[in-house]
Structures are given as C-alpha cells and as structure tokens.
Write a protein that binds this ligand. Structure first.
Ligand code: NAD
Ligand code: TYD
Length: 352
C-alpha cells in the first residue's frame, strides 16, 4: 500500500512524512514543487529509505499527477501543497491563486479520473484528504466562541480566501461526483522545520542573530497554537476514521497573544542560551507597522475530532514550545542553509 503526499518538503508535509514512516511501513510518494518554502533537507533522513520516493513537480500539472497516480496506485492522497504565508499573499496574491485554487482544481480532476477507474475495495477505501486552515473562518472578537465546523467562511486575506476556495472545490467534488474526500481545518502550527518567515521560527532566529524581534501592531492578536506533530497525528486519525465529506477542526486549545508568545520564546532562550551581555532577549523586541487587514483572533473548537475520533493533542504549549526552541538550537545548520539568498530578499522587502 502507498499514499501520495503533496507539499511534503514544506514544514507540515515533511513532519507528516517523517512521522508516517516512523509509525509504519506503508510507502510514501512525495510530490513537491520545491518553491522557496520547500526544502529537501527536511527529508534528508529518508534519502536511502526504500519506502520513500520523491518527485519534484506541481500539483497543477494534471498529466504528472495522473501519471503518478497510475504508476503508484495510492490508496490515499494527502494534500499539503500550498502557498502558505499571509504576508507574502498581501505582497503578491497571484501564486496563491495559481497553486491553492487552480492547482487544487487540477489535482482534483486527476484524482477524480483515477478514482473512477478503481474498482471493488480499492474504490471504496480510497481517500483524498485536504489539509486546510482555521483562517478560512475569518476573525473572532475577544468574546466570540471558538470556530466550529459549522462557522460561516469569512476569509480576510488573499491566502485565506484562496484556501477557502480550495476547500469549496473539495467539498463540491464530494457533493457532485462522490469523490471520497476529508478536510481538516487546523490552527497555527509550530515545531521543527518551520520556515523562519513565520512568527515563532523568525523570532528564535532573529533573537540568536542579535536582530530585532518585530511585533506587528500592538501584539495583542491571538492565535491558537498546535505542535506540528499533533497536527500530523490528527491527520492520520482523520484519514483512518473520518466520515466521508466531513470537515474536522484541529487545534491545541492554546490561545495566546503574539506578545505573550514572543515573551515566552525570549524567556526560554534566556535560560537555554543566554545573551553574552547578560541582558534578556526581550530587549530586542520592536513594535512595527501592523499587517493590513490583520485578523485579530483565531480560536479552534476541536471537540468534534475528540468526540468522534478520540483525538487529543499530546503537547501543551509549554512542552511543545520548549521542544521547538531546543530543535532550533540543535539545528542551526538547517537554519543557516535556508536563511540566505531569497530569504534575505524577503526579509528586506517585508521589514524595511
Ligand atoms: P509550507 O509553505 O511550509 O510548505 C508548502 C509546501 O508546498 C512547500 O514544500 C512547497 O514547495 C510546496 N508547494 C507549493 N506550491 C506547490 C505546487 N504548486 N505544487 C507542489 N508543491 C507545492 O506550508 P506548511 O506550513 O507546511 O503548510 C502546509 C499546508 O497546511 C498548507 O496547505 C497550509 O495551508 C496548511 N496549514 C498550515 C498551517 C500552519 O500553521 N503552517 C496551519 C493550518 C493549515
Ligand atoms: P504567522 O506566523 O505569519 O501566521 P498567520 O499569519 O498565518 O497567523 O503570524 C502569526 C502572528 O504573528 C500573526 O498575528 C502575525 C504576527 N507576526 C508578527 O507580529 N511579527 C512577524 O514578524 C510575523 C512574521 C508575524
């Protein structure tokens, strides 16, 4: 048996593939375009592993996806491939439309044709799992209840709008063609292999490099943080037992204001790798111009997933964030390799 995983050289996709092969021997075919966010070093430990096959390519290349499905006959497709960074979507939405909407559509077309050609048990057990985000639900006020699966979609950024569109396409392919789909909508992830354009790895990287720690606006925006390996276990669980056509919210019950997250990171770094001058990393905090249209609060109600499929996160924010800081301290070479070239161009454009 084989599964096809797209976006597998990115942050969550790589963690998923590594965890998958650590849990059992079912083979994985990886498809990734290797954009700026894709990094084969994330999958380096699988280089000589016969259970893993990597293919560089675009989910929007329908002929390639069809060829891979025909060749490897996967029993499931898990779709992580996307443009994922809100700030980049504000500077240039085009790639988000191309990959997240058109790319998902082309892949759905290839998957639909493949699935129609399956027979018997293979047709009945096939699954297409689409990995999405809580950002499709829009922004909450401080007193609103957390997002449930029945919340209206109110995406506010080009990123979340493109993800919302992809979710709707996936839903429509189930409703119209009967394609056996599952969708997960997850809160903000953090952990190993997180590209340092996102808040948590950016702050760790900048702190250690003696650079400013940029806080957008007043730093009181709230995100609900989930350790990436808990997201991976939720996806495995939904793939195994999720009801066809259903969506499942995934979250860590860890709402934190950005400023509190950054303070926590500084405090852990103060203990683990104190500054040479004995001052706290908090000294590097800098308030910068807010993100346009910045969503104020996200919060996920993950009780459906717990009630129906028995899933709960294993990490609290406190345990997960310590593991994450430790990982970055132990993997400075990984960080150094990706914080050159394109990355520098992005940082100077965004934080000039
Ligand atoms: P990422 O940006 O780190 O990785 C995305 C990967 O997709 C990269 O390896 C990139 O090369 C690849 N990719 C991009 N365009 C492609 C294309 N056209 N064809 C094939 N591959 C392509 O993103 P991530 O944080 O790992 O997110 C993965 C998925 O999870 C995304 O769909 C995202 O919307 C969703 N998600 C992310 C978070 C989060 O906090 N990071 C939370 C909820 C949901
Ligand atoms: P980010 O990691 O980009 O995830 P998302 O926008 O998908 O939630 O940002 C997390 C939060 O941190 C978000 O409210 C924006 C904020 N932020 C900063 O304050 N400074 C930064 O330099 C970055 C990258 C993000």
């Amino acid at each position: 048996m084989t599964i096809l995983v797209t976006g597998s050289a990115g942050f969550i996709g790589a963690n998923f593939v590594l965890d998958w092969l650590a849990h059992h021997d079912e083979a994985v075919v990886s498809l990734d375009k290797l954009t700026y966010a894709g990094n084969l070093a994330n999958l380096q430990s699988l280089e000589a592993d016969a259970r893993h096959t990597f293919v560089q390519g675009d989910i929007g290349d329908q002929a390639l996806v069809a060829e891979l499905l025909e060749k490897y006959q996967p029993r499931a497709v898990v779709n992580f491939a996307a443009e994922s960074h809100v700030d980049r979507s504000i500077h240039g939405p085009e790639d988000f439309i191309q990959t997240n909407i058109v790319g998902t559509f082309r892949m759905l077309e290839a998957v639909r044709a493949y699935w129609k050609g399956l027979s018997g048990e293979a047709a009945g057990t096939f699954r297409f799992l689409h990995v999405s985000t809580d950002e499709v639900y829009g922004s909450l006020s401080p007193t609103d209840p957390a997002f449930t699966e029945t919340n209206q979609y109110e995406p506010n950024s080009p990123y979340s709008a493109s993800k919302a569109a992809s979710d709707h396409l996936v839903r429509a392919y189930h409703h119209t063609y009967g394609l056996p789909v599952l969708t997960t909508n997850c809160s903000n992830n953090y952990g190993p292999y997180h590209f340092p354009e996102k808040l948590i790895p950016l702050v760790i990287h900048n702190a250690l490099a003696g650079k400013d720690l940029p806080i957008y606006g007043d730093g009181q925006q709230i995100r609900d943080w989930l350790y990436v390996k808990d997201h991976c276990s939720a996806i495995r669980r939904v793939l195994e037992g999720g009801k066809l056509g259903e969506t499942y919210n995934v979250g860590g019950w860890n709402e934190k204001a950005n400023l509190d997250v950054v303070h926590t990171l500084c405090d852990i770094l103060d203990q683990e790798q104190p500054r040479a001058d004995g001052l706290s990393y908090r000294e590097q905090l800098t308030f910068v111009k807010d993100r346009p249209g910045h969503d104020r609060r996200y919060a996920i109600d993950a009780s459906k997933l717990e009630r129906e499929l028995g899933w709960k996160p294993a990490e609290t924010f406190e345990t997960g964030i310590r593991k994450t800081v430790r990982w970055y301290l132990d993997n400075q070479e990984w960080v150094n390799n990706i914080t050159s070239g394109n990355y520098r161009d992005w940082v100077s454009k965004q934080y000039q």
